[in-house]
Design a protein around this ligand. Structure first.
Ligand code: GLA
Length: 383
């Protein structure tokens, strides 16, 4: 499909495009629901992503078209833009809104998008389109905004324009991703380290539950709020900025301050998951993939029982993986409530795994999962 975009652009706008760009999606290897709690996460960019073809116009319009969606819109250039609803183009519109705050004045632009990240699957299709738009417009118009500022700007779009109180992990992973590397990101300081993601005899399988994520945004914001409650309770005794300022040992000394049982479960997940990321970084560096896999299973269990963001679909996949001899680790990735799981699958077993998992999943859930083996890809680029 992506080869046809120049032609589709021409058909839509009656002229050729002037430039084209790509930005990837991401998976998070471990460290879930940690970014907005100031801890460590370990995402990487994937080779699937979003493409943008663009050209200027003299009509004073911002025009949005996509090969994935029927809805097309034209919005007159203004000083400020409002979210129009749930339509896909609100993500790039939000980016234009933020870029204009950086002193850029859009004078009319034709945009054509195509993406091959399954939407709502936990692989950050929305952060991909945000970072892509920010990166492309910054490059095309030579705005001179540095990459980290583009990441922060894209996050503000998600938080303030779209209304999801997400952390910075997705935008960061997409902007800073490198092929064959995982990113170890400290979400408090925003310092990061690229580490070799050498999976040896294993590859990264991504399994899409194909479950539509209903209520994901409101449940997500609810979790963010519960973590804030836990933090407020702990602050009666200790001076911390984030839940992840505590390791499990220190947390145990103060956790009695959290009286709400649900809030205590959420905070326990966060603190222990953050400890797991520290452990995972070490074992990945040592090449101990078996232990990395065990940490992935432990992460999933915690997201299932304590954080309660899994669901029968994701659990069916991870439960199957635990019984399949050639998988050494699996977990949900991303926000949860449906979306994708990831698994470390021994090379050569892709077909066998897909066959058996598909059967098992269909029997339990009643529809099919989609399985792909993905490489870790590079960040955004001009084509
Ligand atoms: C979504 C959010 C991220 C992060 C993950 C959960 O992908 O956009 O900021 O919180 O969920 O780890």
């Amino acid at each position: 499909m992506k080869n046809q975009i120049p032609e589709l652009f021409q058909q839509k706008y009656g002229k050729p495009h002037e430039a084209s760009y790509f930005a990837p999606g991401r998976v998070n290897l471990i460290g879930e629901h940690i970014d907005y709690n100031g801890g460590l996460v370990m995402p990487c960019a994937i080779t699937s992503g979003t493409w943008l073809y663009l050209a200027t116009n003299n009509n004073g319009l911002i025009r949005f078209a996509s090969a994935n969606f029927e809805d097309y819109t034209e919005i007159p250039v203004q000083n400020q833009y409002q979210k129009t609803g749930k339509e896909w183009y609100n993500y790039p519109l939000g980016v234009i809104n933020e870029l204009q705050k950086e002193d850029w004045k859009c004078s009319g632009i034709d945009l054509f998008y195509y993406g091959n990240i399954p939407i709502g699957s936990g692989l950050s299709s929305s952060a991909s389109i945000e970072v892509l738009t920010a990166f492309a417009l910054n490059e095309f118009f030579q705005l001179g905004v540095d990459k980290l500022s583009l990441v922060k700007l894209s996050k503000r779009v998600e938080n303030d324009f779209i209304g999801v109180n997400s952390g910075i992990m997705d935008q960061f992973a997409i902007a800073f991703g490198e092929a064959r590397k995982a990113i170890i990101l400290n979400c408090d300081t925003l310092k990061h380290k690229m580490v070799d993601c050498n999976l040896g005899d294993y590859s990264l399988a991504i399994i899409n539950t194909n479950k539509h994520r209903e209520l994901a945004d409101s449940k997500y914001n609810e979790r963010v709020e519960e973590c804030q409650q836990a933090l407020n309770a702990l602050r009666q005794e200790i001076n911390i900025n984030y839940l992840c300022d505590l390791n499990a040992e220190k947390f145990a000394l103060h956790s009695h301050l959290i009286t709400d049982e649900t809030v205590l479960k959420r905070a326990t997940h966060v603190v222990k998951e953050n400890d797991r990321v520290h452990a995972a970084a070490k074992v990945l560096n040592d090449g101990n993939l078996e232990e990395f896999g065990r940490l992935m299973y432990a992460s999933h269990q915690s997201l299932r029982e304590l954080y309660e963001v899994s669901g029968k679909e994701l659990d069916a996949i991870v439960d199957f993986c635990a019984t399949y001899p050639n998988v050494i680790g699996a977990r949900m990735t991303g926000a949860g409530f449906g979306g994708c799981a990831i698994a470390l699958l021994k090379k050569g077993y892709e077909e066998d795994f897909a066959k058996h998992l598909s059967e098992d999943y269909f029997n339990k859930i009643g529809y099919h999962a989609t399985i792909y083996v993905q490489d870790i890809g590079d960040g955004p680029r001009k084509l």
